[in-house]
Write a protein that binds this ligand. Sequence first.
Ligand code: PHE
Ligand code: ZN
Length: 887
Amino acid sequence: MQNQKPIIVRLEDYRVADYLIDKTDLSFYLREQETWVQAKLHIRRNPEAGEGLPELALNGEQLDLLEVKLNGQLLPPAHYQVDEQFLRVQPQQEGFVLETKVRIYPHKNTALEGLYQSAAGSMYCTQCEAEGFRKITYYLDRPDVMSRFSVRITADKARYPLLLSNGNLIESGNGENNSEHFALWHDPFPKPCYLFALVAANLSCAEDQFITQSGRKVTLRIYAEPSYIEQVGHAMTSLKKAMRWDEEVYGREYDLDLFMIVAVDDFNMGAMENKGLNIFNTSCLLAHPQTATDAAFQRVEAVVAHEYFHNWSGNRVTCRDWFQLSLKEGFTVFRDAAFSADMNSPTVKRIDDVRLLRTQQFAEDAGPLAHPVRPSSYMEISNFYTLTVYEKGAEVVRMLHSLLGAETFRQGSDLYFARHDGQAVTCDDFVQAMQDASGQDLTQFKRWYSQAGTPQLAVRGEYLAEEKRYLLHFTQSCPPTAELADKQPFVIPVKLALLEQQGDELPLHLTGEREAQGTCRVIPITKAVQSVCFENISSEPVPSLLRGFSAPVKLDFAYSREQLCFLMQHDADGFNRVEAAQQLSLQVLQDLITQRQNGSPWQLDPLLIKALQRVLTDNRLEAAMVAEMLSLPSEAWLVERAEIANIEAIHHAREYARRHLADALHPLLRARYQQLRETSRNTPFAASAEHFARRALQNTALGYLMQTDDDQVLAACLEQFAQSDNLTERLAALVALVNSTHIQEREQALASFATQYQAYPLVMDGWLAVQASSPLYGTLEKVRELMRHAAFNLNNPNRARALIGSFCNQNLLQFHQADGSGYRFLADCVLQLDRLNPQTAARLLTPLTRFRKYDEKHQALMQSELARLQQAHLSKDVFELVSKSLG
Ligand code: PHE
Ligand code: ZN
């Protein structure tokens, strides 16, 4: 726990390191109650840092220092100083060898940062990003200090037969003590210490190989608990696809002879890209049809690729300092998204990503914790692994890609990797490479890195019939945020087309151009107010704007509902076609929300029913598109769209719409459902886009149908629950039952599910989440009860997120209860968890920081819980979020 005034770290204070560490030799002795770590650091004065020999301050926290040696000589305590954060030594030469010996206690490490035990002590593993290495040994724990690592691990042979670290295995054998053994690893690539990893465990291994484009053979190993090893096949396939893809699309080849992945149960995040030794949360690695949903299959593929891609975007070229986090994360998320799009349905992938961005990242950007893609200050860097740094950061790279075009972008990335290989660099360096490769001036574009907040882009169309011209008038603005009140205009690439009455795209001929250039173009909007004029337009078109969501902005164009129906039928851009359906649903839902708030009778615009009928009867429309178009905007998105969100009205309006649509579309939905379920029953499971789409539509249809009073539907739902061969169908049936009025069937299904999957914690997470997400009355009591269930364990972040996180994020109706009980519950959980695991506690807190969206009464209740937290003894992590939220 921290004092209440943590230090603020600022980008403007960045200085190069005074000393460098050329070589790092580590020895670990892993013993029951304690671990010894010996470090031998070959240190040299940094020639770029200036004259003289300043004091050397090595980071170190929660370490018992046993011994310090300088150039082989024991250093008496009077010659060094040690406090809670540093070990300080006064060097006498430019180059020297510093040795330390420390004692640490992995079995007591519940924060899951540094060296800790997972799976009830059956394994040791590490997590060092961002600043966990300092909890392992004294070091210059900053990413611009890169060193060659040799690591010797000694541990009990029987309990920990597997000893792993980065790079190549050099030597292994018996320890001094006969019950122990050792392994020596060497990583030839210099790396910052945040990429260090160690694992000691008793695991099974799946092995495969990959031949690189230049013909080198790479051994691939995925390690997991013996009971999990049957579930790693999909990850292995994904890894090989990712390796090939990175060669083909980016020209990036793997650089070691061995690539390892280890699955662990207890992990704060999704996974970690340690050089040659990725460590994964089981939730992002395991996938088997009976125990993983389609979403999990896709997550595994994406995260395996993401961590693999980091080998170049993150490891070979790393970050100069943590303010540049998006350099590696934004770029790598962009890369993994393009990979997933290539492997599956690009449209569905884009819709999923934009949904996350618009509901969660926009909320972050509009709340008290808003920060730029490249933040300029922090108290605790762990708090900046955010949707802004990751997802908005990826959008920024995506905009560069669309402004430059694929080919030039590739030249830019080649230049970036060639120029900075082996270096620790900045976001500016990345943009500079893109600028140098393209010849485009990207100075203004860089505002995306420094200005927070979501830009608004208002667009108005004007048709001049006599001149046969169509004008689009753009106005951009961006709300003030804490770090900057007055925003300068952004470069906003708007990808657009103009549709004539038949739905065909018109040639786009901008005034001043000699001729039309295609029918779909990216037009950069760079000014606060800007107009674009198109020639030879013989009747008023319908614009298809911001295709594929070409910029992370709030677009505002006053489409009529008829125009949205038209785009739903005709837009050639799959994303915008679904977007039109979503916008129409939004408008209709907003009517209902107003009706609910005014106490007037429900009136659902029949246009929506007609439009969805057309969707359900259009045989040419792919299942994935139908599923997306039928899905109503989530409550979270409705909150985001509201000035002040009335959760009660939002929830009931949406429920009314679901029921009403289910009744109106009943025969169509039922026919479609039966046909799809029939196919599912007769087709063996496959993790392919086509199968994902079928199950998505089938389950969407089932969700609607279960809103109607129809015994045959209930029977069908029970059949799907009992008979399907995969978790996606089974869980969807369970969700429908849990949210239904069929109490007996619900309880039975929950009980049988729990019996069937009690040995599968990740599946039980789904079971916890389904119950926590149910908007039915009494859920909070149920959640409290489930916290005492054997399937729950507050020490495990996946469990905490599944139960507490689902309740607070997915169950808006119950979380925002007017008596403040949901808020109090969350604050209590955060307090309890903060003592065990500050990082996960801080992440869990997020919903309480979103108070700006709610009315005064709710705001006051949320803020009073934050204030209560502020009175407590908090970690730096939670303290930063609470104090910034309260302003
Ligand atoms: N760098 C990891 C990733 O994106 C995320 C991570 C951060 C994991 C911090 C653990 C700790 O890919
Ligand atoms: Zn990453």
